[in-house]
Design a binder for this molecule. Structure first.
Ligand SMILES: C[S@@+](CC[C@H](N)C(=O)[O-])C[C@H]1O[C@@H](n2cnc3c(N)ncnc32)[C@H](O)[C@@H]1O
Length: 272
């Protein structure tokens, strides 16, 4: 038996997914007929329930992966493979206060909200009102909105919160906003960026060379999926070859020398 207020995922016979915060009074209208949430509550996770047209739905507890994949999107989103590393590098955990921009559709926002828990806070900046609303809508659908303050503002005006534990930028020209970071992030705090092209990565690295950043890391994450057939185990024929580059650093304390790795990267680039 599930509790009212729990988040459930209902999977239709064709694989369509519905996310619901359990309300026993609700009757869900699906493409396969009406589904009583009272029944879902009584049957519990892993069970099957039937619509009034006798179509079978599976009741599951959604994972964060399910939630990210279900984000209604009107912008490019950050994918789970990248989000996993971002969370680990930024040290996002219960109680963390983190700034991100722009929130776009809210895929990363969803993951940040999931990990910061009820004691933490995500300050999510977005300059477009329609994307800020979409992100809010996506969070409300899964009950995570109380962990996120969506700020409909351009980060050229700076970030409001001070002494946050971590900061992440997914904007086209992050180098324009580096000067605002020391006023927001705790000294030595982790900062990350996602950029789709190497030209942008170079511009960012050049700008970071003039700022108080250390322990710079540039990487991309490539996932190779396999067909799960035991007797003919081999990779899928097609794969997503590129999503974006990830750049991480620590905000050095005032007076910190630029990082050796960064200088090495830049020297290598100049020699190419
Ligand atoms: C690629 S989307 C972000 C996607 C998001 N990280 C996700 O995982 O769903 C980039 C967003 O940054 C916003 N943006 C770009 N420049 C900005 C700025 N200077 N201030 C605030 N938001 C900005 C854009 O409007 C856009 O919605």
């Amino acid at each position: 038996m599930l509790e009212p207020g729990q988040l459930v995922m209902l999977v239709s016979p064709k694989g369509k997914r519905y996310f619901r915060i359990l309300n026993p009074e609700e009757i869900l209208n699906t493409n396969d007929g009406q589904l009583q949430m009272q029944k879902v509550m009584h049957r519990g996770f892993g069970s099957t329930v039937y619509t009034h047209l006798d179509r079978e739905y599976t009741v599951l507890k959604p994972t964060l992966y399910d939630l990210i994949k279900s984000v209604k999107r009107r912008t490019q989103i950050i994918y789970p493979k990248d989000i996993g590393y971002i969370i680990v590098k930024l040290g996002i955990a219960p109680g963390t206060r983190v700034v991100e921009a722009g929130c776009g559709s809210g895929a990363l926002t969803t993951a940040l909200a999931w990990f910061v828990g009820d004691r933490g806070m995500v300050y999510s900046f977005e300059r477009r009102e329609d994307f800020a609303s979409l992100c809010r809508e996506n969070l409300e659908k899964i009950g995570l909105q109380s962990r996120v303050e969506i700020i409909n503002s351009d980060i050229e005006h700076g970030f409001g919160p001070e002494n946050v534990d971590a900061l992440f930028l997914d904007v086209r020209t992050p180098w324009d906003y580096l000067d605002h970071i020391p006023r927001t992030l705790i000294p030595g705090g982790p900062v990350g960026f996602l950029l789709p092209t190497t030209n942008q990565v170079s511009s960012l690295l050049s700008a970071m060379e003039n700022g108080p950043f250390s322990s710079v890391e540039v990487l991309e994450i490539i996932v190779r999926r396999y067909k799960p057939v035991p007797e003919r185990l081999r990779p899928e024929d097609r794969m997503v070859a590129h999503t974006g580059y990830l750049i991480f650093a620590r905000l050095g304390a005032p007076g910190t020398e630029p990082d050796e790795n960064l200088e090495l990267c830049l020297a290598l680039q100049r020699n190419l």
